[in-house]
Ligand binder design. Structure first.
Ligand code: AP5
Ligand code: MG
Ligand code: ZN
Length: 222
């Protein structure tokens, strides 16, 4: 099972993807988390990417295509060749341009595979802005919290792993505005790409996380 989880910044991809991954035995691959890990480690790639990310711009396509190809190769190796036991993949944050979507299809075709479904979490603008303004993320395990909607039991500390909760630089209001614009401009066309292939399901992402998860699971099993 290979699923692309789509939706604008703040739609809930990072909240839902790990739950879905656990439920359907899949790897959660978040390109945003991978890039932030590179930045935290101070690698050349991370330092290059940080400039784009902090401003809310996309990292260049070829960098992302190479990164995802390398990541998917290791996941396949971990899963092994057994068809029944091979874990699926949930892509969060990739592809987000048409060039990335086409490169992904080509890479999968080369191994006889394909994307099974693209699922979009649909949430209105004002709610996205509220979610991003109050988000705090675990610096260690990347679990997302919200200071009002889903606060941790102990302020500033992750319930899962005890890690520190931090705010992302790109959640500043100006960067959020720009990310939403970039989404409309460059990522929304990817929805049409999957719709034309009859692979897109749009679900309502506005409800409480548990309700959204039920819709997501139903869409994934369709
Ligand atoms: P990325 O990390 O992918 O960020 P994004 O797409 O902007 O999405 P977010 O992570 O902000 O939102 P989310 O949908 O995961 O929401 P979350 O679950 O956290 O990318 C960051 C940057 O990296 C890009 O701008 C770009 O520079 C670069 N990049 C990454 N991939 C790239 C690519 N393929 N190509 C080029 N560049 C790339 O939820 C948000 C908040 O809402 C949280 O506080 C959460 O607790 C809360 N919340 C979630 N669900 C609910 C709910 N149902 N009700 C109430 N609150 C909720
Ligand atoms: Mg995310
Ligand atoms: Zn944590």
């Amino acid at each position: 099972m290979r699923i692309v989880l789509m939706g604008p910044p703040g739609a809930g991809k990072g909240t839902q993807a790990p739950r879905l991954a656990e439920k359907i035995n899949a790897h959660h691959i978040s390109t945003g988390d991978m890039l932030r890990a590179e930045t935290a480690a101070g690698t050349e790639l991370g330092l290059m990417a940080k400039k784009f990310m902090d401003a809310g711009d996309l990292v260049p396509d070829q960098v992302m295509i190479d990164m995802i190809a390398a990541q998917m190769a290791t996941q396949t190796a971990v899963g092994g060749p057994g068809a029944d036991t091979e874990p699926g993949i949930i892509l969060d944050g990739f592809p987000r341009t048409l060039a990335q979507a086409e490169a992904l299809d080509e890479a999968l075709q080369a191994t006889g595979g394909a994307i099974d479904a693209a699922i979009m979490l649909d949430v209105e603008r004002d709610e996205l802005v509220r979610r991003l303004a109050g988000r705090a993320t675990c610096a260690n395990c990347k679990a997302p919290y919200h200071l009002t909607f889903s606060p941790p039991s102990k302020e500033g500390v992750c319930d899962n792993c005890g890690g520190n909760l931090v705010q992302r630089p790109d959640d500043q209001p100006e960067a959020v505005r720009h990310r939403l614009h970039v989404y409309d401009d460059q990522t929304a066309p990817v929805l049409d790409y999957y719709r034309a292939k009859d692979k897109l399901t749009v679900i309502d992402g506005a409800g409480a996380p548990d309700d959204v998860f039920k819709l997501l699971l139903a869409a994934a099993r369709r």
